[in-house]
Design a protein around this ligand. Structure first.
Ligand code: AP5
Length: 220
């Protein structure tokens, strides 16, 4: 297979279902999922200097500085995976990051095909993140009631241990939502103007949202 020369952005508020949809899109289309939050958490686990720097921001529900995040993303994309496309999750999150992404993709010969915007209300997000569980090994997201694992505390997919993310406590979730509205939401207008924005409903079942995304992908 040739190196990926196309990218999709999965865009949405914290807890809108980006990780949930990415898991299915990887399975169905063979995309390479690149999630900046996962890259930071991996660095945190390994206790790298990048992880130590990101920790303080993540615990407060704030954004890690743009230049640091963009550098990390570029390094990841420079690996040049063989796949039909990249699925970017959690990047860009600010207008400067959107501009940096354009530069990075231009340099690497990758085209941004579409920005898929998963729309959800804040109330729903608070409920979802309060019940979320994540696999320590493969990052698959579960939910205590919406998507419980077959065996309590164990990932169906890889048998890894499930845990609750440190930033999923109510205070940090509120801070993450405020960050989204003030710093990330302006990207909606930005990508609408660029003709790249494709909204989907994130308040229906995950399967129905996936169906809406699949319809968009057919065109791009
Ligand atoms: P990141 O890891 O990107 O977190 P996030 O954007 O806050 O998104 P989440 O991973 O919390 O949610 P999700 O949309 O993937 O939802 P999920 O599918 O799990 O970022 C964390 C931190 O890293 C940031 O706060 C920041 O500090 C830093 N960071 C990352 N990127 C950065 C950047 N570019 N610049 C600067 N800093 C950056 O779903 C949530 C729950 O709902 C799950 O339990 C799931 O089972 C359930 N669910 C999902 N869909 C449905 C459905 N349709 N119906 C019912 N339940 C559902």
């Amino acid at each position: 297979m040739a190196k990926a020369n196309k990218a999709y952005v999965l865009f949405g508020a914290p807890g809108s279902g980006k990780g949930t949809q990415a898991e299915q899109l990887v399975k169905h289309y063979g995309f390479v999922h690149v999630a900046t939050g996962d890259l930071f958490r991996e660095n945190l686990k390994q206790n790298t200097p990048l992880g130590q720097l990101a920790k303080g921001y993540m615990e407060k529900g704030a954004l890690v500085p743009d230049d640091v995040t963009a550098r990390m993303l570029k390094e990841r994309l420079q690996r040049g995976d063989e796949a039909p496309a990249y699925l970017l999750d959690g990047f860009p999150r600010t207008l400067p990051q959107a501009q940096m992404l354009e530069e990075i993709l231009r340099e690497l010969g990758i085209r941004l095909a579409a920005v898929i915007f998963i729309q959800t209300s804040d109330d729903l997000i608070v409920r979802r993140l309060g019940g979320r569980l994540i696999c320590k090994a493969c990052q698959t997201p579960y939910h205590k009631t919406n998507r419980p694992p077959k065996k309590e505390g164990i990932c169906d997919r890889c048998g890894g241990e499930l845990y609750q993310r440190a930033d999923d406590n109510p205070d940090t979730v509120r801070a993450r939502l405020a960050t989204f509205h003030s710093q990330t939401a302006p990207l909606i207008e930005y990508y609408k103007k660029a003709g790249l924005l494709h909204p989907v409903n994130g308040e229906i079942s995950a399967e129905q949202t996936l169906q809406e995304i699949s319809e968009i992908l057919k065109k791009y």
